[in-house]
Structures are given as C-alpha cells and as structure tokens.
Design a protein. Structure first.
Length: 273
C-alpha cells in the first residue's frame, strides 16, 4: 500500500480530534427540525436511515454482512444465493435498480463471487494493484449500489462511500486546511474527495448544499468527474482505518468501528454549506 502523505496523516489526526469535538449544523428541507452535532461521536449516535433507528439498522446490517461473507467464502453456496443477498443489500440502501443487469449477468455466468471478492481485495490494496484497471464499470463496477456490497463484505476495512460521505470528507478537509499555518492555497490532490448530490436544488452545482467547496478550496462532484469512485472509496477507507486504529489503541478512549465513522459522516454530509 502506498505510504500516506503528510496531509493524509494530518487529516487522520484532525478526524481523531473531531470524534470528540466537531460542531456542525444545518436546516434540512421540507420543514424538518434543525440538525446539529457537537462531535462526530455525537453525529454517529444520531444516525437514522429510513424508519430504522441506529440500533435496528446495525442489527440489519450485521445480518446482511454475515450472510454476504458466508456466501463469499463458502464455495458450496451457489451464485444465486449470493445474488439474493446482494439484492437485499440494494433494497436496504434504496438503490434496488442500480446495476441490476450487472448482478444478474454475473450471477448467470457464475462469476459474481469472484468479481465481488476481487473488488473487495482491490479496495483494500488500492490503485497500485495490477488489477485495478478491472474497475471499468463493465468487469468490476463501483457505484451507489456496489459500494454498499463491498463495504458489507469487509466492514472493518471498506466504508460505504456515497455522496454524503464524500461531502462530509470534503468538509473535514476544508476545516483541516483552514487551521493550518501557513494555510494551503488549494486542496491537495490526495484530499480532493468527491461529493454527490441528493435532493435537487435550483441553481448551479456550485451552490448545491452538499458541495463543500469554498474559495480557494474546490471539490468536484462524484458524477461529473472521471470514473474514480473506487479511488475515493479506497482513499477514504485507509484514512478511516487509521483513525479507528489510533482511537482504539488509546486505552483512555472507547473503541469505535469503521461503521461508526461512516454513520457519523453520513449524517454530517447531508448538508455541508
């Protein structure tokens, strides 16, 4: 794995501190009450998805993750059972129709297990791996559906990298850069996390509520950039893994997981402007 840059190490340290102290607030649309947090830990505890509480959601994901991993390691279980679990994951994530043809064809051709396993391996090892080019949106796919499958296949190492998580990472980078002296005049290439839109808003993309850009710092939209969703998932994963390790190696702090951080970022990233 490539060595972390000084800025990546600095961002890890910033997020470690943000777990205990990070103020953020926003006014959601449709008359919902103001949302705010005082730390990433506090944001994590407020996690909600659909009608599920965080406790209910964790129970659901533990079940899906366990069955998915069983299908990936037990060759006696056919690709059709794996396909069914993947469809359940997509239903949970609200992306039922995304890549449905890819899942179906991979299952029918008997290669679904190999493709998901390879995707997981690559997302842990990064772009320097010889097979990275398999992420071509035909052989291996990375999008709003597959990121959930890869993450549940290896929840200790791979985050669910969606538009909200990308927006939150951009916000964290922006605040990290602004507290440096001297302050950088642009976003370092390795920290230029991609964000993604949710609900629509009239006007330019520059004013989208999930766009963490603020002069002089610019972050591109996930959909407008080249096919690099997988790269930013990998970059986010290795940073968050280091955050988890740092916190969990401190005997004075309560242990956390990748999912805890992912949940916190998901809540923070709904609106970042």
């Amino acid at each position: 794995m490539d060595k972390m840059t000084d800025h990546e190490v600095g961002l890890v340290e910033f997020i470690v501190q943000a777990w205990n102290k990070f103020d953020h607030a926003y006014q959601p649309p449709k008359g919902e009450p103001e949302w705010k947090c005082t730390s990433l830990n506090n944001a994590c505890k407020q996690y909600k998805w659909g009608k599920l509480t965080r406790e209910e959601n964790n129970k659901k994901l533990d079940d899906l993750s366990g069955r998915l991993q069983e299908c990936l390691v037990d060759a006696s279980l056919n690709n059709h059972k794996l396909h069914h679990v993947c469809l359940e994951i997509l239903e949970w994530g609200g992306v039922e129709g995304v890549s449905s043809a890819w899942f179906r064809e991979s299952c029918e051709n008997g290669v679904l297990r190999e493709k998901i396993s390879k995707g997981v391996k690559l997302l842990k090892e990064g772009p320097s791996h010889d097979d990275w080019e398999r992420f071509d949106n035909e052989d291996l796919v990375m999008n709003s559906a597959l990121t959930k499958v890869y993450a549940l296949a290896d929840p200790d190492n791979i985050p669910i990298y969606d538009g909200r998580v990308g927006a939150a990472m951009g916000l964290l980078v922006r605040r990290y850069l602004k507290q440096l002296a001297p302050r950088p005049c642009e976003v370092p290439e390795e920290l230029a996390f991609r964000w993604g839109g949710g609900y629509t808003q009239r006007g330019s993309r520059a004013r989208h509520p999930r766009n963490p850009s603020e002069p002089p710092y610019k972050f591109e939209c996930l959909r407008s950039s080249k096919n690099d969703h997988e790269e930013w998932c990998w970059r986010t994963g290795r940073i968050l893994r280091q955050v988890v390790d740092t916190i969990n190696n401190d005997p004075g702090r309560e242990n956390i997981s990748m999912r805890d951080l992912d949940d916190a970022l998901f809540m923070v990233g709904r609106i970042v402007r």
